[in-house]
Write a protein that binds this ligand. Structure first.
Ligand code: NAD
Ligand code: 44H
Length: 415
């Protein structure tokens, strides 16, 4: 039996293959991917390796650097095989990158795994949900607990660490043929990455740290600040770029941010609105935060990444959640009396996002038609009619709707 520590990663998609698994693998873990996609799992088990293409025009090799990830395994997350993996004595870490709405679906499986570990006397493990949401691991923990009995909960309290994190690396859709890739498993990623994990929640021989450290993972005791900094800056700017770009008929993030109107709204939202509020709340150094924002804009401009506005804009209702990247920073601005003209434009552009292949876009359009935009904005954001923010969102909505007609048919906009 291999002496290597094992890690199970739920979700063998972009961020799983392009970010989390490479760090685990390069830190000496044997990585087992768990996914619902049979074809993908079959290919992982057949090829056992893939390449991570670094998509940076600035890399010495002109964007051609490829990192080989080897000795990976796949297991179908809906089969009993996953339970054997979860009970494995060498298992140390479970990570996820499946999308927040899917955490519900994997929770019962993880709960069965915890029960199996208790019965087998398995060692301590740590679980880290690498999703774009504040407190994603805490949400997962809550869902897992619903499937545990009192004995299992007592065991989990001692032997299972649930650590929240902030995860940052842009991993766009990747077409192997366009990049001389050898395998359909290959992924393309930007060079930059940041994985910040709540240290105090980790369990093991040295509480507050992993028994087998992961190179590239940073531990912190103040995750809340990093979480809000990332979601309300990178993801806020990304979403605004994607929704405004989509309304202009643009297809990629680099094309959208190159449009001066889009860049002006993104800079206004990040520097003068979310940034100003974040600096007030978390006492960030204003100059350093300004540099953080500009570095993010350079990442959006990376032409080698070619990220799709449809990927970045996916699930608009999740993105319009009160604690999420658009309404979240707008609410924080209101707390500090900071006007929100640019975030309001981003929220309005999200409300105008029309994509018949995206269930949440369709649901949003139907809700706007049924309830009317005034009431719907109140329901979604919590900003009352008559408030400045509500008025700014409505004003931007009407202006953008009018401008968007040039690119979309009236039927698509439909409101
Ligand atoms: N791509 C990025 O740039 C990026 C960066 C940071 C964070 N994230 C976050 O990572 C998560 C995943 O994003 P992604 O871009 O990798 O998405 P993706 O669609 O590429 O990958 C998701 C994977 O999860 C699998 N999956 C779905 N249901 C499952 C289930 N029940 N059990 C196991 N696997 C299941 C899918 O088959 C797919 O392979 C999201 O929360 C996203 O916000 C993405
Ligand atoms: O994954 P989502 O849908 O929450 O957000 C889309 C993108 O903004 C996101 O995936 C970024 O690429 C990522 O957060 C970069 O770290």
């Amino acid at each position: 039996m291999s002496l290597k520590p094992r890690a199970i990663h739920f979700g063998a998609g972009n961020i799983g293959r392009g970010f989390i698994a490479p760090l685990l693998s390069k830190s000496g873990y044997h990585v087992v991917f768990a996914d619902v996609d049979k074809e993908l799992i079959h290919t992982i088990n057949k090829e056992k390796a893939y390449g991570v293409h670094i998509l940076d025009i600035s890399t010495d090799e002109g964007g051609k650097r490829v990192e080989e990830i080897i000795h990976v395994k796949g297991v179908l997350s809906t089969s009993d095989d996953i339970l054997h993996e979860l009970a494995h004595p060498k298992l140390k870490v479970i990570t996820t990158a499946v999308g927040v709405p899917i955490l519900d679906k994997i929770a019962p499986t993880i709960a069965k795994g915890i029960k199996a570990r208790r019965e087998a006397g398995g060692g301590t493990i740590n679980i880290i949900a690498c999703e774009n949401a504040i407190g994603a691991t805490a949400q997962l923990a809550e869902k897992v607990r619903l499937h545990l009995d009192a004995e299992d909960i007592a065991y989990a309290d001692l032997h299972v660490g649930f650590a929240n994190c902030s995860v940052d690396r842009i991993v766009p859709p990747f077409t192997p043929g366009e990049h001389d890739a050898e395998s359909v498993l290959d992924v393309g990623v930007e060079e930059f990455f940041e994985w910040i994990v709540e240290g105090p929640s980790l369990k093991g021989a040295h509480p507050g740290a992993l028994d087998h450290p992961i190179n590239g993972m940073t531990l912190t005791g103040n995750l809340a600040a990093y979480n809000e900094r990332k979601l309300f800056t990178l993801n806020a700017g990304h979403a605004i770029t994607a929704y405004l770009g989509h309304l202009k008929g643009l297809h990629t993030v680099d094309e959208s941010i190159a449009h001066p109107d889009v860049a002006a709204v993104v800079r206004g939202a990040l520097h003068h609105e979310s940034g100003a509020a974040l600096c007030r709340k978390h006492k960030f150094d204003e100059k350093a935060h300004g540099e953080y924002i500009e570095k993010i804009i350079v990442r959006f401009e990376n032409e080698a990444v070619k990220d799709d506005v449809v990927r970045v804009g996916r699930q608009p209702l999740r993105k319009l959640g009160r604690g999420d990247r658009l309404v979240g920073p707008a609410r924080m601005c209101v707390e500090y009396d900071i006007p929100v003209h640019n975030l309001a434009k981003g929220i309005a552009a999200a409300l105008l996002y029309r994509n018949d292949d995206d269930e949440q876009s369709v649901e949003m359009r139907n809700a706007i038609n049924d309830k009317g935009i005034h009431k719907y904005v109140v329901e979604l954001t919590g900003f009352e009619e008559g408030s400045d923010v509500h008025a700014h969102i409505l004003q931007s909505y009407n202006e953008l709707k009018f401008q968007a007609v040039e690119y979309c048919t009236i039927t698509q906009l439909n409101t």
